[in-house]
Write a protein that binds this ligand. Sequence first.
Ligand SMILES: C[S@@+](CC[C@H](N)C(=O)[O-])C[C@H]1O[C@@H](n2cnc3c(N)ncnc32)[C@H](O)[C@@H]1O
Length: 210
Amino acid sequence: MVDRLTWHPPDIPEKSHSVGDVRGALYGSRLYEQPEHREWAASVLQFLEAPGPVALEIGFDHGMRLLDHAHRWPEIRWVGVEIRKARVEAAAAHAPSNALLLRADARTLLANLIPEGRLEFVYLLFPTPSVREKHLLVTPSFVRSLERALTPTGRILITTDVPGLADWMEKQFTGWPEADGVPMGPVLSRRERVCQRDGLPVWRTVRRRP
Ligand SMILES: C[S@@+](CC[C@H](N)C(=O)[O-])C[C@H]1O[C@@H](n2cnc3c(N)ncnc32)[C@H](O)[C@@H]1O
C-alpha cells in the first residue's frame, strides 16, 4: 500500500526514455505489430479516422464519467483506456457509438498506435502513484508520446491528490503552458468523490502542448 503523503518517484533510468519502448507495458510495447493484434489495432485506427475531435481518458476505472461525456458531447469521439479487464468489459457494454473503450496500456497506445496530432483532449485523473518505475505512467517518454499525439491546440487535464506526484508531474510538464479547460460534465470519478468526501486537497491543471 502506497502512502500518498510520502510518495516520491522511483528512479527512472535514462535508457527507458526512448519513445516506443515502454518497460513493463501490458503485453509488451510492440504488441500492435504482432499478427494477433493487428486486426484490433486496425479497428482502433478506423475509429480514430472518422472526422471530428477525439478525446482520450486514461485509467477510466468504472467509466461513468467517460460514458456521460460521450452522451453529452456526441460530436466528439471518446476513447477510454484502462488496464483492468473487468472494468473495461462492464463499461464497454454501455458505450454509445462515439465511444471506444479499450483494455490497453495507455503508454503503449500513445507511443505506438494513436496517430500523430489526433487528440484534442486528454484526461488523466488521479494516475496510480506507482513506486515501480515499470508501472509509473507519467515519465519523460510518456510526455513525449503525448506531445506527439496531441493536435497543435490539444490539451490535457491532470489531477492528483498525491503531493509528491503533483510535484513530479509539474516537473515533467515543464514548458507546457497553462490552458483553458476541457469539456467537463457533472459526473465525478471514483477518486474525485473520495477526495470530496474526505476533504483531500487536489492538484489540478490543464496544459497545452509547448
Ligand atoms: C488511481 S486509479 C484512478 C481511477 C479514476 N481515473 C479516478 O479518478 O477515480 C488509476 C486507474 O488507472 C488505471 N491504470 C493504471 N495504469 C494504467 C495504464 N498504464 N494504462 C491504462 N490504465 C492504467 C488503473 O487500473 C486505475 O483504474
